[in-house]
Design a protein around this ligand. Sequence first.
Ligand code: ADP
Ligand code: MG
Length: 344
Amino acid sequence: MALLGGILASDMAIDLGTANTLVYVKGKGIVLNEPSVVAYHVKDGKKQVLAVGEDAKLMLGRTPGSIEAIRPMREGVIADFDVAEEMIKYFIRKVLRRGWPRPKIIVCVPHGATPVEKRAIRQSVLGAGARRAGLIAEPIAAAIGAGMPITDPTGNMVVDIGGGTTEVAVLSLGDIVYARSVRVGGDRMDEAIISYLRRQHNLLIGESTAERVKTSIGTARMPDDGRGQSMEIRGRDLLNGVPKETEINQAQVAEALAEPVQTICEAVMTALEATPPDLAADIVDRGVMLTGGGALLGDLDLALREQTGLAISVADESLNCVALGTGKALEYEKQLRHVIDYDS
Ligand code: ADP
Ligand code: MG
């Protein structure tokens, strides 16, 4: 039975992100990767879930009055506990095998999560059928996933740029020396593009168009030729209300994104200043690691290097780092036991 338990129990690690949720199954790797979105309608004062994940994301910004599609983790905190719980249960049950032993599940939570939020996540995981629920701090998971030597007695800085927040952390000897979260991430970049086009071009575009601009031609740095590549976008002309097509280039996107990029740079500098001198010296030597989807913004590493003077690397598979790191904590639990919290 021990053997059966070892092979069959699909112990899981979950990255519950503000934009995307990933599930890692022990011995298998990442088996699920879907947007952290829930669509529901309200009937007799009760929320009835209609769709979760990929299907629900298609409804964002396109729902009729009776249906709402929301991102329950939007700002890096749980915005709606009931809906978040439904989402967590849905993803776990999608991966869970019927009739198999109840699994152990580790979920990563933002460093700044409150005790109430931690308890809510733990309860949702147990409610979904887990035998045991562990939590791991997101910066630690990100650093493990990026392959940083977090248990060494040296300072390591990891900057995880997600949808809702950017978490900057300094780690040494497997623990967090400094961590701070700013509410600037991919969402804020999308909003900055929307408001730039509204101000400069009287054009109203939706969130998904803004995200597409960002991921296709987004850049943190003015292109050398003052223009860069461009793309066609469609929106509504705010002067006469009719649909309008226009072109946007990389120089414009860089201008739109200047503020969020600046906030991320400042968060890195603030962290370095707050780090004890010896560890700060290690970071100056070893550089800074970027993880999360926001790390993929064009030339963000260059812009950060120019503004902070630090060497900056973007992690391989930056979108998967937290899930892979949480998964690794699960796989190597004997060695990494101290980073997992089973009972707070
Ligand atoms: P979270 O952990 O909060 O769920 P992720 O690490 O999954 O967030 O990152 C999602 C964010 O990354 C989204 O805002 C998405 O638009 C952004 N993103 C994904 N790819 C790129 C890219 N190539 N350039 C810029 N931003 C990107
Ligand atoms: Mg994340």
